[in-house]
Ligand binder design. Structure first.
Ligand code: ADP
Ligand code: MG
Length: 350
């Protein structure tokens, strides 16, 4: 049995032309982390709020361990929620903030203190229990919010962009901590983010959302390597996009060139997506399933990667190379040959 099951969840706000959430269905196994990924306004928060019971769906059902919780108020759902703004009480200590979550759920007073300490220990703040939020850094405040959500040992942990108020370096650190903790405790979790790196790095399963709907629900690897729709291919990762015509299944005409792809529509106008890490300069004697002559128009060095921006008869192609690898020392204006595999082209009807 799935741990969390959403059945055609739909929510339309009064006066809005389209539902904010439009028939979202998914299943999540015990102990897994699902990332809801998508651009601002696509319905991530509304979906999360419906799971938490803070927003009432117009239709659809929410099941946790087979139990229909759709009609239950938030405090009867045993879910822990962490928001972008830490939402801590400024006049209370870290310990009091964590205890408040337990009190709201009716945990008896005597039972609270050890649980509070345990939850603060979990997030590495055991020694700072007596501090007020203003005496804590942003990262520490977010850890208190996480401890507050975890203290009641929730059936489901819900996180809405919990890292977006933190600076880049800290964001990565807290991201890895949340994931490690979630895996160690075996807590099933739903994590909302508009950041693809965050989603790919943390999740067992990613739901890419667009205009209230799930475009693709799959593992991070599948989402990145085999995007199901043009939206997913565009939103997740970088890619060169080429306008093409399918001349026969598996064969495409692109500008003055012909390319092979493992999977194509049967015929007609199409768009090809090629990821930079799939494209590489070929040595003189080297072949590939697809080869194109190219001229280097721009070279960007970022330390671990060198990005070659190339003009080809098929259009503009981008190649990412590890610094120091063959071709990484090419200069603007140099001619080269680019190679890539037929299986690495994603082709969608235009
Ligand atoms: P996301 O979290 O992906 O940015 P939201 O779920 O917050 O998206 O919002 C989805 C859509 O619903 C947006 O168009 C937003 O403006 C609208 N919306 C969200 N909350 C409300 C509300 N309380 N009243 C009216 N419209 C809302
Ligand atoms: Mg949101």
């Amino acid at each position: 049995m799935s741990h969390l099951r959403l059945e055609a969840l739909t929510r339309r706000f009064p006066g809005a032309p389209h539902p904010a959430v439009d028939g979202v269905s998914l299943e999540l196994g015990q102990g897994a982390l699902l990332a809801l990924l998508g651009p601002s306004g696509c319905g991530k928060t509304t979906t999360l709020r419906m799971i938490a019971g803070l927003e009432v769906p117009d239709s659809g059902r929410i099941l946790v361990q087979g139990r229909d919780v759709t009609a239950l108020p938030p405090h009867k759902r045993n879910m822990g929620v962490v928001f972008q703004s830490y939402a801590l009480f400024p006049h209370m200590t870290a310990a009091q903030n964590v205890a408040f979550g337990l009190e709201m759920r009716g945990h008896p007073r005597a039972d609270r203190a050890p649980r509070v300490q345990e939850a603060l220990n979990l997030v590495g703040l055991g020694a700072l229990a007596a501090r007020k939020p203003r005496q804590l850094s942003g990262g520490q405040q977010q850890r208190v919010a996480l401890a507050r959500a975890l203290a009641p040992q929730p059936d489901l942990l819900l996180l809405d962009e919990p890292l977006s108020a933190l600076d880049a370096k800290l964001r990565e650190e807290v991201r890895d901590e949340i994931r490690a903790l979630q895996q160690r405790l075996g807590t099933t979790a739903v994590f909302v983010t508009h950041d693809q790196t965050e989603a790919l790095a943390m999740a067992d399963l990613v739901a890419v959302m667009n205009e209230g709907r799930i475009e693709q629900l799959a593992t991070p690897e599948e989402i990145f390597e085999r995007p199901a729709t043009r939206f997913v291919a565009t939103f997740v990762g970088r890619a060169a996009r080429l306008a093409a015509t399918v001349t026969q299944p598996g064969l495409l005409r692109v500008g003055d060139a012909e390319l092979r792809a493992t999977e194509t529509p049967a015929s007609g106008a199409a768009e090809i997506f090629i990821r930079p890490h799939h494209v590489r300069p070929l040595r003189d004697d080297e072949g590939a399933e697809n080869t194109l002559p190219a001229t280097l128009s721009r070279r960007t060095y970022t330390g671990d990667l060198v990005t070659l921006d190339c003009a080809t008869p098929a259009g503009r192609l981008i190649a990412d190379l590890p610094g120091g690898s063959p071709g990484a020392d090419l200069r603007v204006g140099d001619t080269l040959r680019l190679g890539f595999r037929a299986a690495d082209l994603r082709v969608f009807p235009a």
